[in-house]
Ligand binder design. Sequence first.
Ligand code: UDP
Length: 414
Amino acid sequence: MTKLLEAFEGVVYPSVLSHIRHLGRLLAGKSVVHVNSTRLGGGVAEILHRLVPLMNELGIDTKWEVITGEDAFFTVTKTMHNAVQGSEKGLSKEMTEVFEETNRENARRLAPIVSEADFVFVHDPQPVPLCALCPERKGKWLWRCHIDASRPNRRVWAYLRNWILPYDGSIFSLPEFAQPMPHPEYLVPPSIDPLSDKNCDLEPGEVTRTLGEFGIDPDRPLAVQVSRFDRFKDPLGVIEAYRLCRRSQDLQLVLAGGEATDDPEGSVVLRDVLDAASGDPDIHVLVLPADAHRTINALQRGADVVLQKSTKEGFGLTVSEALWKEKPVIGGDTGGIRLQIIDRFNGFRVRTAEGAALRLRYLLQHRARAERMGENARAYVRENFLITRQLRNVLAILVAQLQGDRERLEVFVP
Ligand code: UDP
C-alpha cells in the first residue's frame, strides 16, 4: 500500500482501497496528462491538486499542464462558460479567432508532452480545441466537462461540439449535463479530499482563533458561503436571505471568496457585493488568497449553517466540503447541488432568497434537528463524494478505454 492512499485507511472501506490498487496495477507505467486553464481557484484546480499525486503514487506517470492566454482570451472563455450554462450572450467571429489562436499557441507549446501521452484529460471548454490541434496524438483523449451543460446556448454549444467530436470520450458530472456525442460518455461527479488542509479535522481553538481574526463573534450565530465572486453563485441573493432572516433572528454572515486567475468577472461582482454589504458590520466579505485552505476549513467549521445559493452549478465542491464538516447546507436547487443535498435529510434546496431565509431561521432555531442533519451530511459524503470514489471512477474509465470498450459506462449514479 502506498503512503497517500494508506492515509485513507479508517476513512473509507478497505475494499475501496484494494479496488484502487487493483486498477492502478492495470495502468502502471502508463502516462497521463491533465490540461486545464488555472492552477489556482475553482473546483477543477482543487481536485487536480489531490488527484494527480494519487495517480502518480499508483505508478501512473501523471502530469498537470495549464494553458496560458492573455486577458482577452479569458474574457472569451468566461463568455463561453456562461453560455454553456445557458446565458444568451454568444460569441462573435473576433472572439472565436482569439479563442482558436490562443489554443493554437498552447497546442504548439504542449504538443511534445500531450502527443506522446497514453491518456489526456482536457478539462472544460477553455482548452477543448487542443485535441483537434494535436493531430500527431497517439493516446486516448477525454474531454472532462465540469460545468452545467444541461441547457446550453445552442449556437455556442454547436461551435464547441465540433471541437469535442474528435475526443475518444467525454465525462460529465451529472446525467442531465451530458449531451449526445458519437463517442462513449461517462458520468463522474467530483469529490473532496477529507485529508487535505481544506477538509481535515481542526482543533476547536484554531476555528475560534480564525473567526476572531476576522472580527466574527464565535458566540453568535453564523452563516457562511464560500465561493468565487460569480453571479451564478448568487452572493447578492445570500445577502438578501441574511437580511430577511435577521428580521427575527440574530445572525452574522461571511461571504468568503478569492479570485480565480481564469475568471475576469470576479472583481465586478465583488464590487457589487461590497456595495450591498456596506454599512452592516455583521456582514464579513473576505477576499482570501487562493491557498487559504485552512482558513476556509475553519470558517466552514465555525458556521452554524453553510449556504451555497447558486442559480447554476456544475457540482459545487463547497457543498460536500461543508457536509463533511457536519453542517447542514442550504443550496440552490440546481445542477450538482441536487446530487449532494437531499432535502430535509442533510440540508435544504431552495430557489429564492425568501426560501433560503426561511430555512436559515429554521436551522438556527431547531438546533437538535440541525445537528442530526449534520450527522447525516457527513455519512452521505463518506459514501458518495470522497476522492477515493472519484479516483476509482477515473481509473475504471482509463481501463475501459485501454480495453477498447465502446459501451457507455455509467460508473456512478447515486
Ligand atoms: N475556494 C477557495 N477559495 C475561495 C473560493 C473557493 O479555495 O476563495 C474553493 C472552494 O473551497 C472549493 C473550490 O474552490 O473547493 C470551488 O469549487 P466549486 O465546485 O464550489 O465551484 P467552482 O469555483 O468550481 O465553480
